[in-house]
Design a protein around this ligand. Sequence first.
Ligand code: ACM
Length: 721
Amino acid sequence: MMQTVLPRRPGVFRLGAVRCVLLAGAVFASGSVFGAAQAEESLLPVPKSVSVSNGVASIGGGVQIVWETRPSPLLQRAATRFVTRLTAIAGPAGHGAPYVLHVSAGADRAYLSVDEKEHYTLTTAAGGARLEADGPAGVIHGLATLLQLVRATPEGAVVERVHIDDAPRFAWRGLLLDVSRHFDTVETVERQLDAMELVKLNVLHWHLSDGSGFRVESRMFPKLQNVASHGQYYTQAQVREIVAYAADRGIRVVPEIDVPGHALAILEAYPELGAQPLPDLGTKGLNLNNAALDPTNPQTLRFVRVLYGEMGGLFPDRYVHAGGDEVVSSQWTKNPAIAAYMKAHGFETAAALQAAFTAEVAKILAAQGHVMMGWDEVSEAPIPKNVVVEPWRASKWTGTATRAGHPVVVSAGYYLDLLRPASMHYAVDPFDTKAEGITAEQLAKYPPKHPEFSMPFVMDEHAPPLDDGQKSLIMGAEGTLWAEMVSEPMLDARLWPRMAALAERFWSAQDVRDVSDLERRLPGVMTELEATGLQASQHQEAMREAMVPGHSGPLKVLTEAVVPVRNYALNHLAAPTGEAMLSAPVAVSNPDAFAAIRFNAMAARYVRGEAGLAGPLREMLQRWADNDPAFVASAKGVPALEAVVPVSHAVGLLSRAGLNVLNGREGSAWRMDAERLLQEQEQAFEGSASMLASAHSTQPPGGLLIAILPGIRALLGAHAP
Ligand code: ACM
């Protein structure tokens, strides 16, 4: 039902009215951001409640914002961004009266905290719109929603007429950026913050220290940047800039300085704090994750106290992530002094010693006014209840941590570096206790070399569902993108659109779970994000050109039909390996190949009887079939491309088989070839269907899987002789 908007007179606070210039119909001729679908059906994340009216309102004359409550400078900047983005999407306004948007915002002293007010209502009527928010965060979210309601028509831009009442399911909706493994410049980080704002994510978990480098300037410990950053770090002024940029967009920044494990960079600068002598950093195959601090050295806790104190001045958020993951126990037990200390103090295991260290770190942070977060390892031994636990190894840790009374932010199931498609991550709910983890079946099929090490990653088949008390401890969730194999130019496309799918999982109701509807909306969201600053396609284009200067077209077409291997199978390729991975075709292949997803969906509809889809299907298959000889020609003399010629051949052969079906061609030889290849390629998917499978299986050339198999199989099955 459409709610009527009363043309309430702007009150005394008609301040800073912003005349937005936007949307001339003619400018839209070249393409709509949201395609033919109703804009309301393109909203992402799906709002809590949407009432749709019949119809649209014209906004071809531009939008005028009228503030009904005094806008803070922060809100005025939000309005300016809104104008800029609408113009970027739709072009300048035409003639005619502006569409008036009345905005009111309540005061919110809790802005930028987990208690902030995010609720808003948005009504877009024929004569104007009204955005009423409980606080600044609600205004920011409401403007993001409004941007997604805009649609192009031949008569000019329109906004869908709706009434929306919206608020998030979870207060903590985060994204982890790992700038230790690959550094990202300020500009790149800010681009992600812009995209986050538009899909209503509100926490940047900034992983600033790990084995590959320490990334923040420290005045107290200058060797951290002078030695351990290898020249790539944020100055304190840059950190302040990013924190302010995020705050403007309703995004909190939670820093992570990982201790006591993952400490190699810290130890490069201050080796005297290490549990073991500093390894030779030039050692081939050196595991950069293993080095640990010596928790029994009083200087270690002093270092943590002073460093965290200094960082606390840069990061105003209440929460600080102290890491705590993957401490390799031999780092401690093989140091005679630490072993003696453990014996003397009754610490039977490294986990017990770590718990004592964690309790001290939590105390230090509390004294500095912060709450500690840690990865699920910190919950393996009793620690203070208020420490926020972040499950990552398996969903069962969500159950155990909340049972022990810890608040939880879930990242198990949301590891984007596993290169799973959006649909798989989307299927995992933060309340799940059995979604992520190695299954008994996988264990039996691919026995791990060190079963005891893998136990924390193993699914608990008997994990009970969360009770209401446990559910109330789930603050939210985070998508994580560890960057061992993500260089800065790859970042935008590795994060998005999958992070947008997670944004919906973290914002929308638990029962919003229709995968095909998600897949229908993701391309439109990606278009919106790219029109407003994201550079995923642009960077991929540049990377392809760097691989095959002047002849990158066939590589682009090939990547429409392939996806990268999953679940860390890239670690097990024969080639490419190491840094070469970052400039090979797999680096420009997307876990969600939109064209392949569209093809598979259309093929399924075709075999169910939509005969009219034969034309578009034929067009796609012809394009991929014709690409094979072009790809082979372009690959000559380029080893990274020559390596994936078999993949191009396979895409070509399968595409020709699909064309044969559509063209009613008889014959059994091509059918048998196609069937054999289909089976082989489906097997390749099995080879990276889990982390254990990845470690045990031979991977396809260049780490590329063929993404059009379901559609081809549907076509072949439908017309079997
Ligand atoms: C982690 O992935 N080591 C938290």
